[in-house]
Design a protein. Structure first.
Length: 61
């Protein structure tokens, strides 16, 4: 659906783990971020999101 596909991971005890889909889904809701650019995000699986070209990658880091 969106042009860019990204991986989202977090670090725990020195290991990187795919971010759970539930967390990604919450993050993608405007009520959580209040940032309209994140309206163009689609969580698809643990650790995977598709994002539109208007989503600034630096703000996701």
């Amino acid at each position: 659906m969106f042009a860019r596909k990204i991986r989202v991971e977090y670090e725990e005890n020195g290991s990187t783990i795919p971010c759970p889909l539930k967390w990604l889904d919450s993050f993608s809701m405007r009520s959580f971020t209040n940032f309209s650019a994140f309206d163009d995000t689609l969580p698809v699986a643990d650790g995977e999101m598709e994002i539109g070209s208007s989503v600034p990658l630096d703000d996701l880091r």
